[in-house]
Design a protein around this ligand. Structure first.
Ligand code: ATP
Length: 239
């Protein structure tokens, strides 16, 4: 028997009132792989992430995680199971220090020694944050804030990490750093679903890819195949 997927999303439908945002979309996130959803503004990526993490109610559809039905579970229960979101726009606690933000990431955990161990591990991913632990999040650069957002999510000890546009608005060098860190997180045993407008970086670091347009799934395949598709190159890679 093959191992169940990290996530299996079946026929997801999400509307805002009468406005359809996600229309009957199915996709999976394989264990041990980075999966990406690429799409332009308004294609339904954020709506999908919010529905998966219990921040928005779906009209219909089924979600399972490692073979267990998690449809309709509330956000805190999902975090406890290891499904953790790095939200679009980072949503840091701006008036708090970096250390306090990271502490907030672990707020549902009671395993003090494991939390301390994870903090050390997270700081090896983001050595630049070590010197900033007492700095307020509002005083960090955009790239550093994104690092804190990812680090905070890691402090929740995710099994599946969802990242919503982690590279948006960042300078190219910082985009590369974030991309490398996402790959390292994936190699270290966390299953990753990455949502991106930046198709180039997303396809480069992912194994599997899906393309959303206006709330619909229009293409799926290996990231490599999509990168080589003339249609994708024209529409998303500017080639
Ligand atoms: P972005 O890159 O801008 O975040 P996206 O791919 O994440 O885009 P969504 O934010 O999921 O797209 O939006 C999908 C559709 O739902 C769009 O048509 C959008 O206008 C609409 N939409 C999003 N949020 C709301 C809301 N709160 N109320 C009504 N319509 C919304």
């Amino acid at each position: 028997m093959t191992a169940p997927n990290a996530l299996e999303v079946t026929n997801l439908v999400v509307n805002y009132g009468i406005v359809p945002a996600v229309q009957n979309i199915s996709f999976s996130v394989r264990k041990g792989a980075i999966t990406t959803i690429v799409g332009s503004n308004g294609s339904g990526k954020t709506t999908t992430m919010k529905a998966l993490t219990g921040l928005l109610a779906a009209q219909s559809g089924k979600v399972s995680m490692y073979g267990q039905d998690i449809t309709d579970l509330p956000t805190d229960a999902l975090v406890k199971r290891g499904l953790v979101l790095v939200p679009e726009g980072r949503r840091l606690f701006k008036a708090m220090t970096v250390a306090e933000n990271l502490e907030m990431g672990a707020f549902q955990r009671r395993d003090a020694s494991a939390i301390a161990h994870d903090l050390e591990k997270v700081l090896t991913y983001f050595p630049a944050l070590r010197a900033k632990m007492r700095t307020r999040a509002s005083n960090l650069s955009g790239g550093q804030q994104q690092m804190v957002a990812v680090a905070r999510a890691l402090m929740a000890a995710p099994k599946v990490l969802l990242l919503d546009e982690p590279t948006i608005g960042l300078a190219p060098a910082v985009v590369d750093t974030i991309a490398e860190i996402i790959q390292t997180i994936g190699r270290n045993g966390v299953d990753v679903l990455l949502v991106e407008q930046n198709a180039e970086i997303a396809l480069e670091i992912s194994e599997d890819a899906y393309i959303f347009e206006r709330g619909e799934l229009v293409m799926r395949g290996t990231a490599r195949d999509l990168m080589n598709s003339p249609e994708v190159q024209r529409a998303y890679l500017g080639i």
